[in-house]
Design a protein around this ligand. Sequence first.
Ligand code: TRH
Length: 351
Amino acid sequence: MTNTPPSCDIFCVVVDNYGDAGVCWRLARQLASEHGWRVRLWIDDLAPLLRLAPDYATGPVEVRSWSKPWPSHWPASDTTDIVIEAFACEPPLPYVEAMAARAHAPVWLNLEYLSAEHWVAGCHGMASPHPRLPLVKHFFFPGFAPPTGGLLREQNYDARRQAFDGPAFRRELGLPPKLPDELTISLFSYENPALPELQHAWSNASRPIRLLWPGSSETACTIGTLSVHPLPFLPQVRYDELLWACDLNFVRGEDSFVRAQWAGKPFVWQTYPQSGNAHLTKLDAFLAIHPAGAQLKAFWHAWNGQGTPDWTAFSAALPGLAEPMQLWASMLAARPDLAGQLVQFCIQRLK
Ligand code: TRH
C-alpha cells in the first residue's frame, strides 16, 4: 500500500429511529477526522442524519444518498479499500461484484449491534467467506470488554466535557438556573407504559424535579414538584451536553445508552424492544457486568416492562450511584475505542 490514506465506504440502512444513522455518522466522522481516512457514508434516508448533524454537508465525511435501485453495473475503480456495512445491511450486489473485481479485495466489515452478552467476545472478528465471490467479510462487534471491538468515543470527548458551561447551556435552551435542590432529568425513551406512573411520582417528590425532554411534542407544564420542559431534538454533539447537564438520564437503544455511560451520571436504559423478549436478555447481560447492576436492577426492569417503577426507592439510591457510574466510565475510557480498534483491524489486513 502507498502512503495515501485508506478510502472507506460505509453503508447504512435506516431501519427506524435515529440509532442506525447515529452510530454510522459517529463512526464515519471519527474515521475521517481522527484517522484521516477518506470516508463516504451511503445512507438510504437523509432525514435522521439532518437532525443528528444539521451541518453534515460541511465535512469531513462525504455523505451520499443510497438511492434504490442501485445502478446495475458499478466500476471497481469506484469501490474503496475498506467497506463497512452497518448492522448487516448488505451493500448492493453490483457494488459487491465490483469489490471482487479489484486487484486487492477490500477489507469488508459488518459492524454489529452492541450487546454485553457473553457470546459476543467469541464472535468478534469472525470471518465469513462469500459463497460465490473471492471476498471475506469479518464481523466487528462493539462491546464493553476485550476482546470485543470496544465503544465509540471521540478523542476530544474529555476536552469538550471540561469546556462545558452548564449555566450557559441552560440559558441557551431557555431554562431557568438550577435550583439548589433540583434534580434535573433528561428523558429519551420509546413509548413506555410506566411513564405516567413515574410522572405522578415526580409531581409528588421530596424535591423539585426538572424534566428535560428532547424531541417531545408535549407542552411545557408544572405539576406539583415536577416541571416539564420539552426541548427540540438536539444535534448529536449537543445531546452530550444535555447528558452532562442532568443528574439522571433516561436513554434507550444503543448510541444514547453509550453516551450516558460516558457522561458518568446515573442513567436508566430502555432497551430496543425485540421479539421473544431478547431485549431483556440484553438488559440483564449489561446489569451483570455493571458495578451498580444490583442497585439498578429493579428500577430498570420496571422501566422495561417488568413491574412498576418504585421512584422512592430509586431516588434514595441515587447518591450511592454517582461513584460506580464514574468508575465505570473511567474503566471503559481506559480501553481502546471502537474507531481506533477498527482502524488497527483493517490496517493488519490491508496489504
Ligand atoms: O433512536 P434509537 O431508538 O435508535 C435505535 C434504532 O431503534 C435502531 O433501529 C436500533 O438499531 C438501535 O436503536 C439499537 O436510539 P439510539 O441508539 O440511542 O440513537 C439515538 C441517537 O439520537 C443517538 O445518536 C443520540 C441521538 N440524539 C440526538 O442527537 N439528539 C437528541 O435530542 C436525542 C434525544 C438523541
